[in-house]
Each structure stands twice: as C-alpha cells, then as structure tokens.
Design a protein around this ligand. Sequence first.
Ligand code: FES
Length: 106
Amino acid sequence: ADEWKFIAKVSELPKGDIGTAKHPGGRLDLAIYQVDGEIYVTSDRCTHGAASLSDEGELDGYQVECAWHNGRFDVRTGQALTMPCRAPLPYFDVKVVGDDIYINPR
Ligand code: FES
C-alpha cells in the first residue's frame, strides 16, 4: 500500500537549521535535516532526555549533536553514535516530490 504522507515543504525549511513537523499520526514531533541536498527525517525527541533536536540540536555533516549532553546520532539511520545516547532515534523513509516532503510513517 502507498503509505506516503506529506509532512513539509523543502522551501519552507529553515535555511542552515533543522526543521520540524508533526508526524502525520500526531504521535510525535519530527526533525527534518538537509544534508547535501538530501532530506532525512527522525523523531525530534532525543532518546537520552527530553531535548528537542530541532531546537537543541546542531547538525554536523550526517550527525546531529544534542546540545544538552552532546550525544550524537546519525540522521540517516537514527543510530546513536556517542554517549550518553544509546537508544536509536526513530527515523523515517523519505520521498521528495518537487517541493513536497513525504514520509512513510510505518
Ligand atoms: Fe540529548 Fe542528553 S538529552 S544528550
């Protein structure tokens, strides 16, 4: 089944910063990253504490660093890379059609 759900427009993402959107199911907030023209989407909530990665995160290549305790995740896979983060970030398959960003909400 075609499960793709629209979440945001590329042209409305903050320039040089991490964007945010609501998960189409309303269950969680999403963080939207732009790296080398590609879009990646994870849960916005750091898995170590309650930090919002779109507010408190710093994007460094394919890694997002949480400002609270400097834990890092790979935005492509959600994998936790450095302590104190251990649990992976939920991440989503992304499809961009023109200006529209879709995720597969799984
Ligand atoms: Fe993100 Fe601790 S809340 S590293």
